[in-house]
Ligand binder design. Structure first.
Ligand code: PAF
Length: 290
């Protein structure tokens, strides 16, 4: 069953007020549409945890840089509402840009620190756009639990940070990356890959696995060795242009001098028209006492 769609803030308010009058807890899954199995896993989790699930579908111009793929970004609301409904969405909120911003915003939500490295360096302004729209969605929906994929690991860290800093009444839940059987992380941007590029694309995940082996099998605690292993692995596929390979603390995304405990490995690279990102966790083995 296709989920019903509301396109105005007033209709969303009314829908939420009805549900809350009946005591319903609310789950929110913010998306830009082009739903794939990764999004559907977020919706299913939201439905398992909450009485009423809102999936927002809004291609947010604020988070696209000049020369990025805003106009090419895939849009198909009928398809999205069908998939969202089947996965357990109770209502799709699909506002127009004018409905979201009847007047241009004079406010930007900017998160220092955690926004700065990695994607922040490669896509200036991107996280301001994400944080501003997500804060706005949180304002529109109010008290809720919101679900985001770990695929955009830095985005998740940015969102958790402003929710904490601003004491917003939203519980933020990160959900594991969903992969195709060959390891490629699902992304709406995979649609930009040619058949040949699609075959090469899982090598990005292989690079992460190569980095994790250095930590977990070779038991190295030197971050440079991990970054070198990831870089060398990706260099085997000349069609990739590496943007960054990093190993960081999973909370503040700062690269440690020496690896300990839980860390996160992240990569970004261009393949043809697509810019792909991926990440995995790794845990530094506890030394065995001799
Ligand atoms: O991850 C996304 O799809 C977007 O960045 C989000 C969180 C929906 C904000 O536009």
């Amino acid at each position: 069953v296709s989920a019903p769609v509301v396109t105005t803030r007033a209709a969303l308010d009314e829908w939420l007020a009805d549900r809350r009058a009946g005591g319903a807890s609310v789950g929110l899954v913010p998306t830009m549409g082009a739903l794939h199995a990764g999004h559907l896993s977020l919706i299913r989790r939201a439905k398992a945890d909450n009485d009423a699930v809102v999936t927002s579908v809004y291609v947010n111009p604020l988070q696209f840089g000049a020369g990025e793929d805003l106009s090419a970004y895939p849009r198909d609301l009928d398809r999205d509402r069908g998939l969202a409904g089947e996965a357990g969405t109770d209502v799709v909120f699909a506002p127009s840009v004018d409905e979201m911003w009847p007047e241009p915003s004079q406010t930007t939500v900017h998160v220092e620190g955690v926004s700065a490295p990695l994607e922040g360096r490669s896509r200036p302004g991107h996280f301001d756009g994400v944080a501003t729209i997500v804060a706005k969605l949180f304002g529109l929906v109010g008290l809720c639990t919101a679900y985001f994929g770990e695929k955009d690991f830095q985005q998740l860290a940015v969102i958790k940070r402003f929710v904490q800093d601003l004491s917003l009444p939203v519980h933020v839940v990160g959900c594991p990356v969903v992969r195709d059987p060959d390891g490629l992380a699902l992304s709406s941007r995979n649609a930009y890959l040619t058949d040949e590029e699609r075959e090469l694309a899982p090598r990005l995940y292989w690079a992460l696995l190569a980095g994790r082996r250095v930590i977990e099998d070779e038991r190295r605690t030197d971050p440079d060795a991990v970054v070198e292993a990831m870089t060398a692995s990706l260099a085997e596929v000349p069609r990739f242009t590496l943007d960054y390979a990093a190993v960081v603390d999973p909370h503040d995304l700062v690269p440690p001098d020496t690896l300990t405990g839980d860390v996160r490995l992240l990569v970004a690279a261009r393949l043809g028209r697509a810019r792909l990102i991926d990440n995995i966790p790794a845990t530094v083995p506890v030394p065995v006492a001799s």
